[in-house]
Write a protein that binds this ligand. Structure first.
Ligand SMILES: Nc1ncnc2c1ncn2[C@@H]1O[C@H](COP(=O)(O)OP(=O)(O)OP(=O)(O)O)[C@@H](O)[C@H]1O
Ligand SMILES: [Mg+2]
Length: 252
């Protein structure tokens, strides 16, 4: 459903994403992990069609996002890590605006909007301006907006940041149920327990390259770490000097 071929992004002489190949089948909840600056957001933005690759291709359901952006984006919902919302819109107005971008309006959108607002405990805030929302409330509104047009693919950048435990749980259940129904979700996260507990497959990226990819069982096998946990694999693959460096800094 999502196919990346030799996907590359350079900023001047710096290569942020370095010839990534990845194939994500329909119905998967796919976790994208990696240290700060690894290239996750850059990759997700290229997949969402808002950042042009230097080279390589992105296909969504077989459609090339550079050649046929409108057709590919119609299949997509994108939840950015630092979303922009017009402060002077109410929650309901924002959701209607997003639905309109996908050519949807009317009773079906209103019903779906009410269901999503209720799911995230935002019903009392439906007609309040976004400027009065807390950080987590904005996050929940953005997430709701991505589900409005029932896209085949959702690309989401660090969705758990700022959510309270109940909202985080709802989101995990929503992602699982959405993929069980045949949709596909690619999610970046730093929360390894979330990745380990809900994702069908995981890729670990560092320095713009995929260091490992597969099911948890495959990652355990490739890292030759028994079943020591995703944190151990992650640190082994991305360099585990951190603790030693910490001691050096504190002793200096
Ligand atoms: N517009 C830009 N111009 C120059 N360099 C950039 C630009 N955007 C990103 N980069 C660089 O590309 C690299 C990858 O950044 P990216 O935001 O994709 O990382 P990330 O994996 O999402 O990290 P984080 O976990 O911190 O969100 C970083 O080194 C970053 O400094
Ligand atoms: Mg990022």
């Amino acid at each position: 459903m999502i196919e990346l071929h030799a996907l590359t992004k350079r900023y001047g002489a710096f290569t942020a994403v370095d010839a990534i190949d990845l194939q994500i089948p329909r119905g998967q909840l796919f976790g994208f992990l990696g240290p700060n600056g690894a290239g996750k957001t850059t990759t997700l933005r290229m997949i969402a069609g808002i950042l042009r690759p230097t080279s390589g291709t992105v296909r969504i359901g077989g459609i090339d996002i550079t050649r046929e952006p409108a057709a590919a984006k119609a299949k997509l919902g994108y939840i950015p890590d630092r979303p922009f919302i017009y402060e002077k819109l109410s929650g309901a107005e924002f959701l209607r605006f997003v639905a309109g971008l996908y050519g949807q309006d009317g009773a079906a959108v209103e019903r779906r909007m009410d269901e999503l607002l209720a799911l995230f405990d935002l019903t009392p805030w439906k007609n309040e301006l976004v400027e009065s929302y807390s950080h987590g409330m904005r996050q929940k509104l953005i997430i709701a907006s991505a589900f409005l047009h029932r896209p085949e693919v959702i690309v989401v950048d660090e969705p758990m940041v700022g959510l309270d435990p109940k909202a985080a749980r709802i989101l995990k259940d929503l992602f699982r149920e959405y993929t069980r129904r045949g949709h596909t979700i690619l999610m970046s996260t730093h929360t390894l327990e979330v990745a380990e507990s809900v994702c069908d497959q995981i890729a670990i990226i560092q320095g713009g390259r995929i260091r490992a990819a597969g099911t948890m069982a495959e990652l355990y096998a490739s890292a030759e770490s028994g079943t020591a946990g995703l944190e151990t694999i992650f640190l082994r693959l991305t360099g585990e000097q951190a603790a030693r460096e910490l001691v050096e800094v504190l002793d200096a």
